[in-house]
Write a protein that binds this ligand. Structure first.
Ligand code: TNX
Length: 522
């Protein structure tokens, strides 16, 4: 047994060091061979119908290695990169064959070809070497989960459309295929809605922000904000489409809506004038379930629908304290009139009604696990965050679930010793903890487990003021999650994962991308 381990270790080690095989997420099957393929400006890409993917490869090789490959319609005498459709393959499955005299990539559609090219790009030298050599290997690969997501909160802090595109580049590189864009929250509304211009003229700006640790209750008085025009949103969505990433916008309801309430106070149950929230944490003032509010949300969603082609829309549903509904005679009358049990019943009515509206427009909803309270909307997908229970309950009742539990999937939490790490939300989620996460809870049997659609990393930005800090918080943890989501994480091989991470750090250094070394210093 010991000898077997030693043999496997040596095999692994010799392969990873000699051939620099550091692909993340680790492909399902890799057969290494002898020698390398050398990429040069002579190398044509035979693109066939995969022009977009060929251009992507061309751009990356130019930007990273200053190699100007050319795209060609037909076979060539030169050693080439062939992108080849194979209708017999399964969705998401690809083959990548690297031989000394040529590279061939096979997939059913452009999405699979794109995955294969990400693998290929990661097989190039990570460090400063300009010798673009790719180790000979035969790779066969496909993911375990159909939802491999990353989230970004652009409300607490705002990130420009260009920064969001860079974020999408990172997602694509590690084969994530869903981007959950948290566009609205108490501290800022970030998407232009033409029918309600005050959402961005007023709702996108706050007169100060909380600074330092939450308990200190310190604030600055700097006006802060920003938003995306509809043009910018369309541009980001088009960009994501080229990267084969589906964009899921989140419009929060009925809680986390203070920015909208500040702009249009008539959608709240509480009378008065309000400010876009400066403090982090949970806001008591939530949307009032009046016909006026429902019409408001429908009008907002009509514009959202036109901007986002993917069939899912996230409607939030989390952390909606019920005090304002308890104190509202309108809500109490409505509970009676609709024969609901309590305020949770009213939230359930709220979400079900919005689901019905969105379903009628051809869209499906995702909501945070609080949408289970008081009864789940008939077609909803649950995003399980407070733990795994929400996902388990959803799966057991035949609803799709996305697992994003706070203990492992929150990349706003500390990844190393809080004494030496920059200020973060709290928690302690090490790289290893992320790597060991298994999205299918053991409580589920095989048929229930099929409802676990996948997993996602959440990046809440209360304590993430700028984009370099986003990079620092996601790297390397999102690399661990990519292997979890692809289904190839193997806790016995954590050390091998760490080796591959360190190879990627060389690339990050070369490209000026920030990351945390916490996993290697403690
Ligand atoms: C909880 S996760 C929230 C967010 C915060 C986050 C901080 C969720 C659905 N709601 O509003 O930003 O914690 O980790």
């Amino acid at each position: 047994m010991r000898h077997l381990f030693l043999f496997l270790f040596l095999l692994l080690f010799s392969f990873s060091s000699k051939a620099q095989f550091s692909v993340i997420p680790k492909p399902l099957s890799v057969q290494p061979g002898e020698g390398t393929f050398t990429l040069s400006s002579e190398t044509p890409v035979i693109a066939g119908k995969f022009q977009n993917e060929a251009e992507y490869l061309q751009k990356h090789l130019q930007d990273e290695f200053q190699i100007a490959i050319h795209i060609s319609g037909k076979k060539s005498r030169h050693p080439s990169i062939l992108l080849q459709e194979n209708p017999n393959l399964q969705p998401n499955e690809y083959y990548l064959s690297v031989k000394q005299d040529g590279i061939a990539v096979y997939g059913k559609t452009s999405k699979e070809i794109f995955f294969a090219l990400q693998t290929l790009l990661q097989m190039l030298p990570a460090g400063a070497s300009r010798q673009a050599e790719i180790p000979v290997a035969q790779i066969h690969d496909y993911p375990k989960f159909g939802y491999r997501g990353m989230h970004l909160d652009v409300s607490r802090h705002f990130f420009t459309a260009d920064e969001v595109k860079r974020y999408l580049d990172y997602l694509a590189y590690f084969k994530f295929d869903k981007f959950h864009w948290h566009l609205t929250d108490d501290q800022g509304w970030r998407i232009e809605i033409k029918k309600y211009p005050k959402l961005t003229t007023a709702g996108a700006w706050r007169n100060g922000s909380q600074t330092g640790p939450y308990a200190d209750m310190k604030f600055d008085t700097i006006r802060y904000g920003g938003f995306y025009t509809q043009e910018e949103i369309l541009d980001v969505v088009r960009y994501a489409q080229k990267l084969h990433i589906d964009v899921i916008p989140e419009i929060e309801m009925p809680g986390h809506e203070m920015a909208a309430i500040a702009a249009y106070p008539e959608i709240s149950c509480t009378k008065g004038t309000f400010e876009v929230r400066k403090e982090w944490g949970v806001e008591e003032n939530i949307l009032c379930p009046t016909e006026y509010t429902f019409k408001f949300l429908e009008n907002v969603l009509d514009e959202v629908i036109r901007l986002f082609p993917y069939e899912y829309i996230h409607i939030g549903g989390d952390e909606a304290p019920k005090t304002s509904w308890k104190n509202s005679s309108f809500c109490q009358d409505l509970i009676q009139k609709l024969n609901l049990k309590d305020e949770h019943g009213l939230q359930s009515y709220f979400i079900k009604r919005m689901e019905k509206y969105l379903n009628s427009k051809g869209k499906k909803i995702i909501g945070w696990n609080e949408i289970l309270e008081g009864g789940l909307a008939p077609n909803a997908t649950v995003m399980s965050w407070t733990g795994e229970e929400g996902g388990i309950e959803a799966a057991k009742s035949g609803h799709k679930a996305i697992m994003t539990p706070v203990a492992t999937n929150y990349f706003d939490h500390y990844q190393g010793d809080p004494k030496t790490e920059p200020l973060a939300f709290g928690g302690y989620t090490t790289l290893q903890k992320v790597y060991q996460y298994q999205p299918v809870p053991k409580e589920l049997n095989a048929s229930e487990a099929q409802y676990i659609w996948g997993t996602q990393g959440n990046v809440w930005t209360e304590y993430i003021p700028d984009f370099p800090q986003v990079e620092y918080m996601i790297f390397p943890r999102m690399m661990a999650l990519s292997e979890v989501a692809w289904g190839t994480s193997d806790t016995r091989q954590y050390q091998y994962f760490l080796q591959r991470v360190q190879t990627h750090f060389k690339r990050f250094d070369r490209l000026g991308i920030r990351y945390s070394k916490a996993a290697f210093t403690q």
